[in-house]
Design a protein around this ligand. Structure first.
Ligand code: SF4
Ligand code: SF4
Length: 160
């Protein structure tokens, strides 16, 4: 899988301009048709992807943690929320709470998540291609082409 991830990321970088143009067109679609296009391809692509063979999101980016995530995970780990936050999180340039380290501290050697049941909402929703109002997160989705093989495949299918 690592070879495939590397080649998809390389391809995404080479096709950056083409992808930007596609996303400008997608932005004009908006609403339900755009959501349907992404959501249908999300289901199709994820039928053939095993995230446990990949984990590239957990290895290379940090989810945003909201207070509910901090409280839930800290409770699960028998810690005070402030201890959890001080030990594992920092504020980024936008003042959002993110992980101090990459790959994620909670990623196990077999690519599983050691706090799976209580993981941040942003993790459970990643790569956000099966949600509503896709027009609101097109810039994020464009970035994710270079991180997530599934997003890369979804976008490739849109070009067909
Ligand atoms: S969501 Fe994407 S980047 Fe994350 S493990 Fe699954 S395929 Fe890989
Ligand atoms: S909390 Fe779990 S799912 Fe989220 S980035 Fe870390 S290992 Fe991945």
């Amino acid at each position: 899988m690592q070879k495939e991830i590397d080649s998809l990321i390389k391809k995404a970088r080479l096709e950056k301009k083409q992808n930007k143009k596609l996303f400008i067109k997608l932005k004009k679609m908006k609403g339900a048709p755009l959501d349907h296009k992404f959501n249908r391809l999300h289901d199709e692509v994820f039928k053939k992807i095993d995230c446990l063979e990949c984990a590239n999101c957990c290895k290379t980016t940090s989810p945003l943690f909201i207070q509910k995530d901090v409280d839930r995970i800290a409770k699960h780990l028998n810690m005070k929320p402030s201890t959890f936050e001080n030990r594992y999180l920092k504020r980024d340039d936008e003042f959002d709470l993110v992980l101090k380290t990459s790959p994620c501290t909670f990623l196990a050697n077999d690519n599983s998540c050691s706090i799976y049941e209580t993981r941040p909402r942003a993790c459970s929703e990643y790569p956000h291609t099966n949600r509503k109002k896709m027009d609101k997160i097109l810039p994020l989705t464009l970035k994710n082409i270079e991180i997530c093989p599934a997003v890369s495949r979804i976008v490739d299918k849109m070009k067909m």
